[in-house]
Write a protein that binds this ligand. Structure first.
Ligand code: PEP
Ligand code: MN
Length: 263
């Protein structure tokens, strides 16, 4: 179902009336994690002010260490919805467990499957039974075929609202957190009709690299970007080093508009 051979036209995913995969570049921005009501509302307002189309924010966090901040969980989902009420921005947030699907169907506009769960096949199968848009991130060392097969798991169940995401892969290079594989974008465009967005924040781990790689992603044909924005990156509970401040997001939007009239 993800194969372009049997579906030549590009898929356009409709999220609350906004389209991902169409003519316009989708700008998804927000903090790595929802930390408190003030923070998420503040960042949401800034994202909206500077032209972002969607609010991201993790409520359930897949952290490497069990002692790191694990997210506000259901409270985080409620806070995201408060921020949505104030800004109108649709919510993108990550799910970790199939048992939370009913709550996510109610609270999220796009359900994110993180890199670490790209091959959690039980989760993918259950998400295939919903009709929510799914943002499927590439696994840390997944091939293009494995990513497309994971999309296929969701689509096989009847949910064809899948958006793919390149977020960097593991290589020998350690200067950057991951290595952004921009070549996957034209490859996906050849092999599949699904929209693809790029996450330059997790790909690099460095906030000052986000702007240049965002431009590069658009140049190679990405349908959107997902970017971490935090009001106080130094004190962020998660991923501060790769988070840009709202004023940097404003600059980024300006720069992107210069290179593309689709932003
Ligand atoms: C995230 O988007 O916050 C996240 C955890 O991303 P990834 O699954 O790509 O590491
Ligand atoms: Mn993060």
């Amino acid at each position: 179902k993800a194969n372009r051979m049997f579906h030549p036209e590009n898929t356009v995913v409709d999220v609350c009336g906004q389209k991902i995969g169409g003519k316009k570049i989708a700008m998804i921005a927000g903090p790595c994690s929802v930390e408190n009501e003030e923070q998420i509302k503040l960042v949401a307002k800034e994202v909206k002010k500077y032209g972002g189309g969607f609010l991201r924010g993790g409520a359930f966090k897949p952290r490497t260490s069990p002692y790191s901040f694990q997210g506000l969980k259901y409270e985080g989902l409620d806070l995201l919805n408060k921020a949505k009420k104030e800004t109108g921005l649709p919510i993108v947030t990550e799910i970790m467990s199939p048992c939370d699907i009913p709550k996510f169907v109610e609270c999220a506009d796009i359900i994110q499957v993180g890199a670490r769960n790209m091959q959690n096949f039980d989760l993918l199968k259950e998400l295939g039974k919903t009709n929510k848009p799914i943002l499927l991130k590439r696994g840390l060392s997944a091939t293009i075929e494995e990513l497309l097969m994971s999309a296929e798991y969701i689509m096989a169940g009847g949910n064809e609202n899948v958006i793919l995401c390149e977020r960097g892969i593991r290589t020998f290079e350690t200067y950057t957190r991951n290595t952004l594989d921009l070549s996957i974008i034209p490859a996906i465009k050849k092999l599949s009709h699904l929209p693809v967005v790029v996450d330059p924040s997790h790909a690099t781990g460095k906030w000052w690299m986000v702007e240049s790689l965002s431009k590069a992603a658009i140049a190679v044909g990405a349908d959107g970007l997902i970017i971490e924005v935090h009001n106080d990156p130094k004190n962020a509970l998660c991923d501060g080093a790769q988070s840009i401040k709202p004023e940097v997001f404003a600059d980024l939007m300006g720069e992107l508009k210069i290179i593309s009239n689709a932003v």
